[in-house]
Design a protein around this ligand. Structure first.
Ligand code: CAA
Length: 389
């Protein structure tokens, strides 16, 4: 009998601050309908000066360690596209902050917003090789575009930590996967830039092309039919994109795109992304968190995942929700992570956006802003210094 492997526990974290889109619209004179309806976003998480992908990742992962301990974890894979070092894996700082044993393999994965899905699939493979082991997969990103650019309204920040193992309590990950890679320049960030470059319309088209490509391969690999899925978790750079993508898939498959059908398939997946903004690698798993936390009983139901990373790589796969999953959810903590954020006005947001760690090799403390459990305390001799609050 084949092993049941998948997501045993899942926890989310986001930034200290939140900027409502009304404030951005008032600054740049945009009709708020474009944000609330046109792209489907209400607000964006903004990180404090002493937060980054490491503090977000550790904050998301710590509750998993508190509940399950560290005994079975032998691998930590952190996926990000907003990495803080060209050589050292961000996961090593996380490993230290959350107290993982030295007998752990730690590595960072990158392929734009797709990286965490690669991490999840690699984790399934490692667990299949040794079912006694668990893998800690963390998706952590701070999405940052240039001020006053079209991408600015789609920024955000979040981390999702997932414990992957046998007999998962939440979602069993199934074979096969549908895969798709195409060399396109829709979104990228050269090593010398802090903000991403994007061709917005090209990126939307490339995403839709990837939806077709992954579904075609998924079907050829013997996957489920569309009708077998209770819901679809899409990568959500902005929540309207999930609607565009699902309508595109239905059209491609010759199905009706009646709005009620589309809303029934996606409606419960967008609540967190709509108020957090684009969290790149974490986005598709924030969609899963929102679905599990909000939907009526999903026991035994199949969920479709469409993970897209610009550049581009995409994967479509299925997960089946496990009986008893509701006893293991962290719904209250997830809502608290969102509601605890402090609202900032446009000027404060702009100052945070422009904040950079000094690169002169000196000793610099960062302003104490976060009220979360971990902080980036400063930088000294080009070394980032993290602390537990
Ligand atoms: N009321 C209601 N709707 C309105 C409106 C109003 N007053 N004004 C405009 N709209 C609608 C438009 O009709 C449009 O809807 P459709 O897409 O359904 O046609 C929508 O609002 C957006 O308007 P524009 O296309 O004119 O907006 P824009 O030029 O500012 O660009 C964007 C939008 C391309 C998404 C831009 O925000 C961007 O570049 N974002 C970053 C890139 C991105 O997120 N790409 C997604 C695919 S790539 C990916 O998924 C990877 C990743 O994470 C980056």
């Amino acid at each position: 009998m084949s092993l049941s492997i998948g997501i045993h526990d899942l926890s989310i974290a986001t930034g200290e601050f939140v900027l409502p889109h009304t404030a951005l619209a008032a600054h740049n004179g945009t009709d708020i309908g474009k944000y609330h309806v046109g792209i489907g976003q209400e607000s964006m998480s903004v990180t404090a000066a002493d937060e980054d992908i490491v503090t977000l990742a550790a904050t998301a992962a710590a509750p998993l360690i508190a509940r399950h301990g560290t005994d079975r974890i032998r691998t930590l894979v952190l996926a990000t596209e907003s990495s803080i070092d060209q050589a050292k894996a961000a996961g090593i700082y996380v490993h230290s902050l959350i107290g993982l044993p030295s007998a752990t393999r730690v590595v960072e994965l990158k392929q734009a917003c797709y990286g965490a899905t690669a991490a999840l699939q690699f984790a399934v493979g490692l667990v299949r090789r040794d079912p006694a082991q668990q893998v800690l997969v963390i998706a952590s990103d701070v999405s940052r575009y240039d001020l006053d650019s079209p991408g600015e309204a789609t920024q955000g920040a979040a981390a999702v930590a997932m414990l992957v193992g046998v007999d998962p309590a939440l979602v069993r990950i199934e074979d096969p996967s549908g895969l798709y890679t195409a060399d396109v320049m829709d979104f990228w960030r050269p090593n010398y830039r802090d903000t991403a470059l994007v061709d917005g319309q090209e990126s939307v088209g490339a995403y839709l092309q990837a939806v077709e490509g992954t579904w075609k391969d998924y079907t050829e690999q013997g996957g489920r039919t569309l009708e077998e899925f209770a819901a679809f978790c899409y990568h959500q750079p902005f929540t309207k994109m999930a609607y565009k993508a699902h309508r595109h898939l239905l059209n491609y498959c010759g199905r009706d795109t009646d709005p009620d059908t589309v809303t029934a398939a996606l409606g419960e997946t967008t609540a967190y992304n709509r108020v957090i903004g684009n969290s790149y690698t974490a986005s598709v798993y924030l969609a899963l968190a929102a679905l599990l936390d909000q939907a009526d009983d999903l026991t035994g139901k199949s969920v479709g995942f469409l993970s897209y990373g610009s550049g581009s790589v995409a994967e479509f796969f299925a997960g089946t929700v496990v009986a008893g999953y509701r006893d293991h959810l962290r719904t209250d903590a997830h809502r608290e992570a969102i509601t605890r954020r402090t609202e900032v006005g446009y000027d404060a947001y702009r100052a945070l956006h422009e904040h950079r760690l000094p690169a002169d090799g000196g000793d610099h403390a960062t302003p104490a802003q976060t009220t979360g459990p971990y902080r980036l305390a400063g930088i000294s001799g080009h070394k980032r210094l993290y602390a537990t609050r």
